[in-house]
Design a binder for this molecule. Structure first.
Ligand code: SME
Length: 154
C-alpha cells in the first residue's frame, strides 16, 4: 500500500505545483486520493467557514451532506475536538451523519494553517475498519499539501 501512497503523493505534488485554480487543483487531489486505495469509496474536502463545514471538491457520488455544523457528525466532531477521527464502524457512533447507507468506516483528517483549522479531508469506505495508521499518515501529508489552496479557496 505504501508504494501506492507514495505514488499518489508524487502526483498530488505535481498537481499542486502546476497550473489551475485552487478549486480545480483540489478536485484533482480528491480524485487522486480516492484512486490511491481501492477501499476508499468517497473523498471530499470540506472548508471550515465560521461554525459550518461546507463541502468543496469531492470524488465519488454526490452527497446531501454539503453543510455540517461544528460538533455534528464525525466531520463536525473532528473540528470540535481539533483531532482527526478514525471510525472503524460507523454504526457504533451515535453522532454519525449517514449520507450513504453503504458506508461502514470513515477517516477525517484536519487541514491546518498553524493552529487554525482550514477544513478537512473526509474519506468514506464501504468496508468495515478500512483505515490504518498508514492511511491517516498519507492523508495528513495530503492535508499539508492542500493547505495553501484551502486558504485561497476560503
Ligand atoms: N459521515 C459524515 C458526514 C459526511 S459524509 O460521510 C459525506 C459525518 O458523520 O460527519
Amino acid at each position: 500500500m505504501s508504494e501506492r501512497f507514495d505514488e499518489a503523493l508524487r502526483d498530488i505534488e505535481t498537481v499542486v505545483a502546476g497550473e489551475g485554480t485552487p478549486r480545480n487543483k483540489l478536485r484533482q487531489v480528491a480524485n487522486l486520493v480516492r484512486a490511491a486505495n481501492p477501499l476508499y469509496s468517497w473523498v471530499g474536502l470540506y472548508y471550515l467557514r465560521g461554525e459550518v463545514l461546507e463541502l468543496g471538491p469531492f470524488s465519488g457520488l454526490p452527497t446531501s451532506c454539503t453543510r455540517i455544523a461544528v460538533g455534528k457528525g464525525v466531520c463536525g466532531t473532528a473540528v470540535q475536538q481539533r483531532k482527526n477521527q478514525v471510525i472503524h464502524d460507523v454504526h457504533q457512533i451515535d453522532n454519525y451523519l449517514a449520507c450513504s447507507p453503504a458506508v461502514r468506516s470513515e477517516l477525517v483528517v484536519l487541514i491546518w494553517r498553524g493552529h487554525e483549522i482550514l477544513g478537512e479531508i473526509d474519506v468514506d469506505s464501504d468496508e468495515l475498519a478500512a483505515f490504518t495508521p498508514a492511511d491517516e499518515r498519507f492523508l495528513d501529508q495530503v492535508a499539508a499539501l492542500t493547505a495553501p489552496f484551502m486558504a485561497h479557496a476560503l
